[in-house]
Design a binder for this molecule. Structure first.
Ligand code: DX5
Ligand code: ZN
Length: 227
């Protein structure tokens, strides 16, 4: 069987914030390629995390790809500060662009891409993939949430596997399966990671399992050599 390429993106939401620099230096010694940075505003989700200042402070300690996941109700105002803080990719929630919120997705995509960053659209578990159709030719990745956004350490929603497969089919149908990657975020652990990959995921976000382990490097090593 041909091995499928995929990336591991440790989510520092699961880390001990009092030793963030050490955690980042630890990641430098692993084969993880992305760092997942969860931004929560206590409006779009019922939790508050950290802002651009924290991203800026860890930026000098690594060359890893910084993927900023904006779980906020006004992504527009935060894009520039996160670009300046050193983000390499930014994803925003399509649900935050609903009429009750502010900016159309195409404006956000334009703003992110114009700055030379990768752009992703994130989807809550109950949001159908059909809402992505209009944007799939414009973006680099889709972040499929496999838990309700807001907290690390939740249980993986099993129906997400089917959703990954459906998205993969849609990408093929639209002839964009090479340029648009599928990222799965929430409750991903060693036990279900291979299922995600086999369903079509390209990027696995893993928070608690890595950072709550006594041997985070071993967890990452295992996740990288699943196939
Ligand atoms: C949830 C976040 C996730 C979370 C993943 O709202 O978007 O990125 O940090 O952490 P685990 O792996 O603990 O579910
Ligand atoms: Zn996330």
């Amino acid at each position: 069987m041909i091995k499928k390429e995929y990336l591991i993106a440790p989510s520092i939401l699961g880390a001990d914030f009092s030793k963030l620099k050490e955690e980042i230096l630890m990641l430098n010694e692993t084969k993880a390629q992305w760092v997942h940075l969860d931004i929560m505003d206590q409006q779009f989700v019922p939790n508050l995390s950290f802002g651009p200042a924290v991203v800026k402070s860890i930026r000098p300690h690594t060359d890893l790809f910084f993927d900023v996941h904006l779980m906020v109700s006004n992504p527009f105002d935060l894009i520039k500060p996160f670009i300046e803080a050193g983000a390499n990719g930014i994803s925003f929630h399509i649900e935050a662009s609903e009429p009750r919120f502010t900016f159309p997705p195409k404006i956000l995509i334009g703003q992110i891409k114009k700055a030379g960053l990768k752009c992703g659209i994130a989807l809550k578990p109950k949001t159908p993939i059909s809402v992505l159709k209009k944007y799939l030719t414009l973006i680099d990745y889709v972040t499929l949430m496999s838990v309700e956004p807001g907290f690390g350490g939740q249980r993986f929603i099993e129906s997400s596997l089917q959703k990954i497969q459906n998205l993969k089919s849609l990408l093929k149908e639209m002839n964009v399966e090479k340029q648009v990657k599928i990222q799965v975020d929430g409750g991903v652990i060693t036990k279900n990671a291979l299922h995600c990959i086999e369903s079509g995921a390209d990027i696995l976000v893993v928070g608690s399992e890595i950072f709550q382990s006594k041997n985070p490097k071993d967890v990452i090593d295992n996740l990288i050599s699943l196939q």
